[in-house]
Design a protein around this ligand. Structure first.
Ligand SMILES: [Fe+2]
Ligand SMILES: [Fe+2]
Length: 236
């Protein structure tokens, strides 16, 4: 599944990349940066609405880290010769998760699912064949690990505080397929090309399955229901 290729592996400079490699790499990185910014944008709306001062601070810190991730990736994109101001303004998928979480329960469920997905998506790039990107992804991965740990605590607290799990279950039923589609289409030609170039290391479907098995185990241990197989309409 690793698909390493001499075109980029261990490469430090962008100057000797083929045009095809550079284009795939730039699009992959831009998708990742957009996801980081969008995550921060949605979470930022909850700094004021969170139910405690502690939660407000924690969300503010989460936003700062997600923006930091986006900035590190935009630096890579600049090094590759991209106009990042244009990319950030014109290609940010602001409607991708619309409608956004509307209640605190929905936000906690969203935070858990999106950060656990983000950790898997970043793990796909930690051995990227362009060495500067691999190093940045390793830094981001370490922080995403912390985000997942935090989100698990919050969802456990939510379950412990409520006798009626109906609203939590409803939020999960809504958000599981919406987050699941982030992993992209199965048997995707773009994914195959990026595996061959060593940019990605996993097929979309295997990454989605790994994420879903992980979250399903956590959710069922909390007494919540998650179907054995997740059906998502994959549009990315
Ligand atoms: Fe992030
Ligand atoms: Fe995160």
């Amino acid at each position: 599944m690793t698909g390493k290729n001499c075109q980029g592996h261990e490469q430090e400079s962008g100057s000797r990349m083929s045009a095809d490699y550079k284009e795939h790499l730039s699009k992959q990185l831009n998708k990742q940066a957009g996801g980081e910014l969008l995550g921060a944008y949605i979470a930022a709306g909850w700094v004021e609405r969170a139910p405690s001062l502690k939660a407000k601070f924690e969300i503010a810190e989460l936003c700062a880290q997600e923006i930091g991730h986006a900035l590190m990736i935009y630096e890579l994109l600049t090094e590759l010769g991209n106009d990042v101001d244009r990319l950030a303004c014109e290609t940010l998928p602001v409607d991708y998760f619309s409608p956004y979480p509307a209640t605190w329960i929905e936000f906690v469920v969203f935070h858990y699912l999106i950060d656990s997905a983000a950790r898997h998506l970043v793990s796909d790039l930690v051995e990227c064949s362009w060495a500067p990107a691999a190093r940045v992804m390793q830094k981001i991965y370490a922080e995403e690990d912390g985000h997942v740990e935090h989100a698990e605590l919050w969802i456990e607290e939510l379950c412990a505080q409520s006798d009626d799990r109906t609203a939590i279950q409803k939020a999960l039923d809504d958000w599981l397929p919406r987050i699941g589609k982030l992993f992209g289409k199965p048997q995707c030609a773009i994914n195959q090309a990026r595996l061959e170039l060593g940019i990605q290391r996993y097929e979309n479907e295997s990454l989605r399955t790994a994420w879903y098995e992980e979250v399903r185990a956590t959710l069922t241990s909390l007494g919540l229901m998650a179907p054995a197989t997740l059906t998502c309409k994959t549009s990315l």
